[in-house]
Write a protein that binds this ligand. Structure first.
Ligand SMILES: Cc1ncc(COP(=O)(O)O)c(C=O)c1O
Length: 417
């Protein structure tokens, strides 16, 4: 039967087999959540603490934001249904203007998801030119680059700043796009954007940077900041004190703002070009009204209380990170963001570790090979402002227990651990 043939092709493809095994053998794939209570979730009979949420500011549970939805639903209906090219509820220009003001960017364009943005915008911007991609960039950026290559762009990876300098010097076609993550979705680390931008500017390249995890968490540094995450949560360019010259910043509301919407910060001339070249603007269904409403209410809460929430997020993240580092356990996170990856020892099996985590009541993101290199296989926890100190105590106790049982890798020379 043809379906079986297709399924076998997926099962035997090394790109998918690691994930397929976890899907069959662990309880952390395709979980059906029956109920939530803050950051506690019920799956069947089991209550677990949710460490897989990326709702960093806790806006998914914020009464002021939840309460803002109904009024907009009554005004606009549940879903606009026009593609953005055809028609835009007034909410769109309001969001784009408020976002540009928050970011301090020349202009913004919002589309439903970052995945859609990468697949449509990278090919449109790169044309027949050159794309240089950081080897640690998110899979969705990679997919956009591969799609651009199929349309005539040249695609090359780089691993370090030195390699980037070499590749930039060798580039023979323009425009040149350098694609990378902002706050890295696996390590939680913050790249030194200034150094990447200096190189880009020296070679006439544009930095295309995806800060899905930084937006809402890190922002402009200030003398009266409430935490080292900076202020306003206005993302990596402002955090690094840089300008938007030669930058296309991509970010999303689906993490810190708990809403289905994503954005580009870019010059107006590029925005207008994308309005005739990016398929999700021209042809896709838009975000639901509820998400537009929660983005706008999220801006209000961010302005009123965001820095206080970020101070708490930083404090709780540090409680976990200090505990991990104190135990001599390796985590790649050296920049103190709320993304804490814990690779397991090379002789441990991720399926066994996942069973232990389930028994101890932790719901986490598993990181299998080949999604990550073999020596980074493990799991990731994210701290959010909606976690409680009791939950952090619980998490730290389990990490301590697993560390004593030799589940983790030891801190490496030169790492923060
Ligand atoms: C760095 C990065 N980019 C893009 C995405 C996908 O974002 P979206 O859900 O808006 O497509 C993610 C999601 O985890 C991510 O971590």
């Amino acid at each position: 039967m043809r379906a079986e043939q297709l399924a076998t092709a997926v099962d035997t493809d090394p790109r998918y087999s690691g994930i397929a095994r976890l899907r069959e053998e662990t309880r952390f794939y395709d979980a059906v959540i029956d109920e939530i209570d803050g950051r506690r979730i019920r799956i069947g009979e089991h209550w677990l603490t949710d460490w897989a949420s990326c709702n960093y500011l806790g806006f998914d549970l914020e009464p002021q934001i939840i309460g803002a939805v109904e009024e907009q639903l009554r005004r606009w209906g549940t879903h606009p249904s026009w593609s953005r090219m055809l028609g835009n509820p007034r909410l769109y220009p309001v969001i784009e203007e408020r976002l540009a003001a928050l970011l301090g960017a020349p202009d913004t364009l919002v589309l439903p998801t970052i995945t859609q943005i990468h697949l449509s915008v990278i090919p449109a911007l790169a044309g027949q030119g050159t794309i240089l991609i950081d080897s640690r960039a998110h899979k969705t950026i990679w997919d956009g680059c591969v799609f651009a290559r199929a349309q005539g762009a040249t695609l090359t990876r780089f691993r370090t700043l030195d390699e980037l300098a070499d590749r930039l010097a060798e580039a023979t076609t323009s425009p040149i796009l350098v694609c990378m993550d902002g706050v890295n979705s696996m390590t939680g680390n913050i790249p030194d954007v200034r150094r990447y931008l200096d190189l880009c500017r020296a070679h006439g390249a544009v930095l295309y940077i995806d800060d899905a995890h930084g937006f809402g968490v890190i922002g402009a540094r200030s003398e009266d900041e409430t935490s080292p995450y900076g202020t306003m949560g206005n993302s990596i360019i402002r955090y690094c004190g840089e300008s938007y010259d030669d930058v296309v910043l991509v970010g999303g509301f689906s993490k810190a703002y708990s809403s289905l919407l994503a954005f580009l910060a870019l010059p107006t001339v590029l925005k207008n070009r994308l309005k005739s070249a990016a398929a999700p603007y021209l042809y896709s269904g838009p975000s639901p009204t509820a998400s537009l409403a929660t983005v706008l209410a999220g801006f209000d809460v961010n302005a009123e209380r965001g820095d206080k929430l970020r101070a708490d997020l930083h404090r709780m993240s540090m409680r976990v990170l200090n505990h991990v580092r104190g135990l001599g356990v390796f985590t790649p996170n050296t920049d103190d963001t709320p993304i804490i990856e814990l690779p397991i020892a090379l002789d441990r099996d991720l399926v066994d570790v996942s069973e232990l985590l389930w028994e101890r009541g932790l719901f986490v993101t598993l990181a299998p090979y080949p999604g990550v290199p073999r020596d980074q296989v493990g799991f990731r926890v994210q701290v959010t402002a909606a976690n409680t100190d009791e939950q952090i105590d619980e998490l730290n106790a389990v990490i301590g227990e697993l560390a004593a049982a030799g589940v983790f890798q030891e801190a490496r020379e030169g790492s923060a651990s």
